[in-house]
Write a protein that binds this ligand. Structure first.
Ligand code: C6P
Length: 403
């Protein structure tokens, strides 16, 4: 059996999505900006995809949703254009974010600090792995141009209090962006119910194709374009529209958000069964409570078991997991999110992220439980540090309060 439990890195493209995309490669391949029928024949499909995305996110006609190549592009676009529009050509000089954002936010913020002299505040997270609205409020000043905070963590699954943070931004008159990559298609995202100016998302996180994402722009407000060179997407993003992938993101969004409650319940049941089984092993800790967590995610640490060793043992049994963000997978450092949450350095080297999808089966969970237990036992037997620690720690290592 093969078990894929790295769905926060990417998901399998749903065969129904592939089927919807296929005609737009070799049959209806015209450039949608061309005036002839080869071009215009793809217009209905693009309109359908736009409708599917607006409906899934509950966006209004006054809002703009622009298709991009991925969330990394959407995140870069927002940050760099806010800098141009509100810092270089405005009175502000400050951005607020968190310590646990995806590298496409953190690296861009660092670049803005180093190259453009922008002041950036990186808020710490609490033991649940989130930043509370009152913390955001206490750091907003009259120089703050943007608050950018993820909707849900790719590493822990922790869901941030986005509605409350939105209210703070509204009260303070500050623009609010959320990297919603791990929320869209996994948990309800209702843009009418939330005061938010921009969100980023990416199709391959919810069984759409890789290479297409989007940026939601509230009330079609001004935002300097990132790509220049044409009038595509109303001048928002130049470049020939990627019709098959736009069809794919629309279809994937529709499938992910139809009967979402039932999908969430089914995934979380499997996730909880896996989590319960792993927590029966001694000295294991899961980050964050289950209620405020995306239904598919577990970040678990296992005292005495190096994350990378565990990964390879699981890999040998055909189980794909990760130690955290795929973008940092070549970095054998401690898991920075776990350190931010308060784990000690040793524990932060033991994090394993297991992320399910709606395609994960009960049989796969059974298989994973049995091989996970075997791997932990084997690795602890050969781990000298774990053997030495046992008598002194006595299994009581709750001091890091991860669970
Ligand atoms: N996180 C992970 O293993 P792209 O690749 O551009 O479509 O998405 C980037 C991205 C942005 N924000 C968040 C919160 C994300 O989780 C990701 C992708 C993967 O966690 C790959 S690094």
């Amino acid at each position: 059996m093969q078990v894929y439990l790295d769905n926060n890195a990417t998901t399998m493209t749903d065969p129904l999505v592939v089927e919807a995309m296929m005609p737009y490669f070799s049959e209806l391949y015209g450039n949608p900006n061309s005036l002839h029928k080869f071009g215009t024949s793809s217009h209905p499909a693009i309109s359908t995809a736009i409708d599917q995305v607006y409906k899934a996110l509950n966006a209004s006609d006054a809002d703009d949703i622009v298709f991009t190549s991925c969330a990394t592009e959407s995140n870069n676009w927002v940050l760099k254009s806010i800098y141009l529009d509100h810092i270089v050509n405005g009175e502000k000089n400050h951005i607020i974010t968190t310590e646990v954002e995806h590298p496409s936010i953190l690296a861009t913020c660092r670049w803005l600090e180093e190259e453009c002299d922008v002041k950036v505040t990186y808020l710490p997270v609490n033991e649940q792995g989130v930043v509370e609205a009152h913390t955001v409020k206490s750091f907003v000043t009259d120089k703050t141009a943007l608050v950018t905070i993820m909707w849900a963590s790719n590493e822990t699954g922790a869901i941030f209090p986005i509605a409350e943070i939105g209210e703070v931004c509204k009260e303070k008159g500050v623009l609010f962006h959320s990297d919603a990559v791990q929320a869209v298609g996994k948990i309800p995202v209702d843009l009418q119910a939330t005061h938010i100016d921009f969100i980023s998302f990416s199709a391959h996180k919810f069984h759409g194709p890789k290479g297409v994402g989007g940026l939601f722009i509230r009330n079609s407000q001004a935002l300097s374009p990132f790509f220049h060179g044409g009038e595509h997407m109303g001048g928002r993003r130049s470049g020939t529209l990627n019709v098959p992938f736009i069809v794919g993101i629309g279809k994937a969004m529709e499938l992910a958000t139809t009967d979402m409650d039932a999908k969430m319940t089914s995934i979380s049941k499997k996730r909880d069964r896996l989590e319960d089984a792993i927590l029966k092993l001694s000295d294991t800790f899961v980050v964050g409570d289950r209620v405020n967590r995306t239904p598919n995610t577990i970040l678990i640490s296992i005292r005495g078991v190096e994350g990378e060793s565990m990964l390879w043992d699981l890999n040998n049994e055909q189980i794909g997991a990760s130690t955290g963000s795929a973008c940092a997978s070549e970095d054998l450092e401690a898991n920075t999110v776990m350190l931010a949450i308060g784990a000690d350095n040793e524990l932060a080297h033991t994090g394993i992220r297991l992320s399910l999808s709606r395609f994960t089966t009960d049989a796969e969970i059974d298989y994973t439980i049995s091989h996970f237990e075997k791997a932990v036992k084997r690795l602890r037997t050969i781990s000298s540090s774990y053997a030495v620690q046992q008598p002194t720690k006595g299994g009581e290592v709750q001091e890091c309060e991860l669970h």
